[in-house]
Design a protein around this ligand. Structure first.
Ligand code: NI
Ligand code: MN
Length: 218
């Protein structure tokens, strides 16, 4: 059983049986944030997809408060290190790495800011957080290599894929469950997620969350 709590925007609290992970915790300054950074406790890993403020957010402070391991692309990890974060795991795109209690791969993404997606696996559940990205054909490789059970995909448009592109992404990634993110935080990325759900009928099970809600994957 894995619990995925949407904290708003691209921020997630993911609780495996023995491992707690926070991804892209942009909370302070996020109008839709459902938690305060100081309320995130016992976090084993803080992971960041890329070096944009709406993703790095409060990650350094959360990692420092919890003594978490900090996982990101090498250059983003170097900035964390300069900011006093300990336990840095600066990775790069390439392969799945076993960190002991969790496996992690950074994947390609098409965006800016030393961008990546993140695949994580524990308790036999594989989750793909696509980060900020445009649609790209190599998403097929995420499916081929990692077979994600759950995909967390941006649908807001403007900075990333919109719903039309995200549907094509879903066809390539073929996850059992897809949860849209990175929409309705700001005016530019306003979307109706129920339309995305309609478009995905018969392709994947779309779960629509509100910030603060969680999805439990059995
Ligand atoms: Ni970005
Ligand atoms: Mn973003």
């Amino acid at each position: 059983m894995v619990k995925l709590k949407w904290l708003g925007h691209a921020a997630w609290l993911i609780e495996f049986k023995n491992v707690k992970v926070v991804i892209d915790p942009f909370l302070n300054g996020n109008p839709t944030a459902s938690m305060k950074p100081e309320d995130l406790t016992n976090i084993d890993y803080v992971m960041v997809t890329h070096n944009h403020q709406d993703h790095v957010g409060d990650s350094f402070n959360i990692a420092k408060q919890n003594g978490s391991k900090f996982v990101a692309m090498y250059d983003t990890a170097a900035i964390a290190q300069q900011s006093g974060v300990q336990n840095i795991i600066g990775m790069n795109k390439g392969s799945m790495r076993n960190l002991g209690n969790i496996e992690v791969a950074l994947t390609n993404a098409i965006h800016s800011g030393n961008e990546s997606g993140i695949v994580l696996r524990a308790d036999n559940v594989t989750i793909y957080h696509a980060g900020d990205t445009a649609l790209f054909k190599d998403m097929e490789l995420v499916n081929k290599l990692y077979k994600p059970d759950i995909a967390l995909l941006p649908i807001g448009g403007f900075f990333t894929m919109g719903p039309n592109e995200a549907v094509e992404a879903v066809k390539m990634i073929a996850p059992k469950v897809t949860i849209p993110m990175h929409y309705n935080t700001f005016e530019q990325i306003k979307q109706d997620p129920s339309k995305f759900l309609e478009m995905c009928k018969g392709i994947t099970n779309v779960v629509i969350l509100s910030p603060g809600e969680e999805y439990t994957h059995e």
